[in-house]
Design a binder for this molecule. Structure first.
Ligand code: ADP
Length: 292
């Protein structure tokens, strides 16, 4: 652990806050998938720090931009990003440290409120990352085009580059017909967290739901809800509260598979293994819904 690195980070924090800060202790926080994460403490202040290799600074810039955007929506608490940069070969992102471990049932209602922040187009002003994979946010007027090109198409092409040719062939058949899933449904461009699995939310000690590690863009709100169901699910009271505030429309259950396929393809491209079978099953199930 380079002492120099923490000194550079500490002086950047001091410059940003205008208060003297030195790292007196640093503890690893487990739970992340991509980065090394730390709670640092000194001069009565606490911060949460992410570290990665210096070439990944853009990932932290995108994350800071996403956190700022979600904070502006003023619906769900997010950690405030403080500063980011490189130090001794590492990229770093410093944000507010939030002690977790409370209770709340407000997340469903708050997410519904966040989804009411909308934009005239689908996408975002900048690309970002889903895990460590680039996520393309080129603005589009049409959601079907956006999902075809920048979500499923992008991941299916990555899979083809990794040699998954059968998956690529079936995926292309599905992508060509994505419009069929939207014959009675017109989604709005809602402000999304974008990577809302159960590892990316917590309740603070003072009882506030907190979301973090986002992959922000404007898109169909169903994509956020679909992802909450993908790895483990959220408490029932979350779905009850969301539905009560903003009921989901008919056809969600089928579109859920179309939306979660994006994340499963991303997991296949990042980790390989059993995600191939899962992606193939999802594509087969979606193809079986098509009418010719
Ligand atoms: P990664 O980018 O590697 O996926 P995460 O953003 O998921 O890392 O953070 C890793 C863990 O750190 C989370 O599971 C959570 O428990 C904790 N954590 C994240 N953000 C904060 C924060 N601002 N304050 C305190 N703990 C946090």
């Amino acid at each position: 652990m380079s002492h120099q690195k923490w000194q550079t980070i500490a002086s950047h924090i001091s410059k940003t806050t205008g208060q003297a800060f030195q790292v007196q202790s640093e503890h690893t926080i487990a739970g992340g998938c991509i980065n090394s994460t730390y709670h640092i403490e000194g001069n009565g202040q606490n911060y949460f720090v992410k570290l990665n290799n210096s070439e990944n600074l853009d990932m932290f810039e995108a994350e800071a931009a996403g956190l700022t955007k979600l904070a502006q929506a003023d619906a769900i608490k997010v950690p405030e990003p403080l500063c980011w940069g490189t130090a001794s070969g590492h990229a770093y992102l410093v944000m507010e440290y939030i002690p977790f471990g409370g209770e709340s049932s407000d997340l469903g209602q708050q997410l519904a409120a966040q989804h009411q922040t909308t934009y005239p187009q689908f996408g975002w002003y900048r690309d970002n990352y889903i895990g460590s994979t680039p996520q393309i946010n080129t603005l589009e007027n049409d959601w079907v085009t956006f999902w075809q090109k920048h979500r499923l198409g992008f991941q299916i092409n990555l899979a083809a580059q990794q040699g998954y040719t059968r998956l690529h062939r079936k995926g292309q058949r599905l992508i060509a017909e994505v419009g069929q899933f939207f014959s009675n449904y017109q989604p709005q461009p809602s402000l999304l967290h974008g990577d809302l699995w159960s590892g990316n939310y917590a309740i603070s000690k003072n009882g506030q739901p907190v979301i973090y590690d986002p992959a922000v863009y404007y898109g169909d709100r169903e994509t956020d809800i679909a992802m909450t169901e993908l790895f483990g699910g959220f408490p029932k009271r979350f779905y009850d509260a969301y539905q009560e505030t903003s009921p989901l429309e008919q056809g969600y259950t089928t579109r859920k598979t179309l939306y979660n396929l994006y994340h499963i393809l991303n997991h296949l491209n990042l980790f390989g293994g059993s995600y191939l079978r899962q992606a193939e099953n999802m594509i087969a199930s979606l193809l079986s819904e098509l009418r010719y």
